[in-house]
Ligand binder design. Structure first.
Ligand SMILES: Nc1nc2c(c(=O)[nH]1)N[C@@H](CN(C=O)c1ccc(C(=O)N[C@@H](CCC(=O)O)C(=O)O)cc1)CN2
Length: 281
């Protein structure tokens, strides 16, 4: 039976540590959360982020804008938040409504306040292995989970499925930094099952429900399932499943659950980045 590596439990431990760090500060950090439009999942995630911030003592301020907001208005808000010395972290919840260029919006955030780690300066720091950048929350959460079960990453074969800027690419860079041998793949990769069968570590972030089957996984592999896919359940209410058919993976050494795995770690890492951004200032 594979060990189930619970991100929700680790996230609570991280919150505990962050609570101590906040308590030791002269004033609590402030996180500005920008939510544009009506995406229901985004509303849930923003609300979870704000509740978690409150639990550790971080002040959060939500800026809710209608879906029809003009890009220039959003850029003006980001400019004002950049200039506000009382704001330590800024996050713009993704996805943005159709017609808004996410790259232009993310590039407008001051790199030192970019607690999502999406600004090109932070991406550049990550890719050169330099210190001092802010690292995207989901891949950072994946690495903290892996740190629970991997002592020495050197030479391990890691396969990342998914090439997004939010997860796949930064996860690959972080694994490379630990001296894993990294293969970055995606849903169009030919021979994906065979490639996965060679992996000591699989990070599945393709956004396809149950893409990774049991026979793609070698015995003793470590699986980090980043997928959050809503599929119809037998009782017709949607249920959330990952990118991995977990019930077929008993022969893995370790697997993260969905829900309760990487998702809560994303939020804990956002809080950690907010504190880091505030303390670096
Ligand atoms: N600005 C950002 N936008 C988005 C990010 C991000 O890191 N920054 N990542 C995702 C969404 N996301 C955070 O924003 C996120 C997704 C899922 C969870 C989570 O806790 N999921 C639960 C289950 C899902 C559910 O109940 O609906 C879990 O896995 O246990 C947290 C954060 C895209 N946008």
């Amino acid at each position: 039976m594979a060990q189930v590596l619970r991100g929700d439990l680790l996230a609570r431990e991280i919150e505990e540590e962050l609570r101590g760090r906040v308590a030791a500060m002269e004033a609590p950090p402030t996180l500005a959360v920008v939510l544009v439009g009506d995406d229901p999942a985004s509303h849930i995630y923003v609300s979870r982020k704000r509740k978690a911030a409150a639990r550790v003592g971080i002040t959060s301020i939500e800026h809710r804008l209608p879906a029809a907001t003009d890009e220039a208005q959003l850029l003006a808000l980001i400019g004002a938040l950049n200039d506000d010395p009382g704001v330590h972290g800024i996050l713009v919840q993704l996805p943005l409504p159709a017609g808004m260029a996410a790259d232009r919006v993310l590039d407008a955030i001051a790199p030192g306040k970019d607690v999502d780690g999406f600004h090109p300066v932070n991406v550049g720091r990550l890719s050169t292995g330099g210190q001092g950048g802010l690292v995207p929350c989901t891949p950072l959460g994946c690495m903290l989970l892996l740190d629970q079960v991997v002592e020495d990453f050197r030479g391990l074969k890691a396969v990342v499925i998914g090439k997004s800027n939010i997860v796949g690419k930064p996860a690959a860079l972080l694994l490379l930094e630990r001296e894993c041998t990294v293969t970055v793949t995606h849903i169009h990769t030919r021979g994906l099952p065979e490639i996965c069968r060679g992996a000591d570590i699989i990070i599945a972030a393709a956004g396809v429900a149950h893409l990774v089957r049991g026979d793609w996984v070698k015995p003793g592999a470590i699986i980090i399932d980043v997928g959050i896919n809503r599929i119809p359940a037998p009782d017709s209410r949607p249920m959330i499943v990952g990118d991995v058919a977990a019930e077929e993976c008993d022969h893995a050494a370790v697997i993260t659950p969905v829900p309760g795995g990487v998702g809560p770690m994303t939020i804990a890492c956002l809080l950690r980045n907010t504190l880091d951004a505030a303390q670096r200032r």
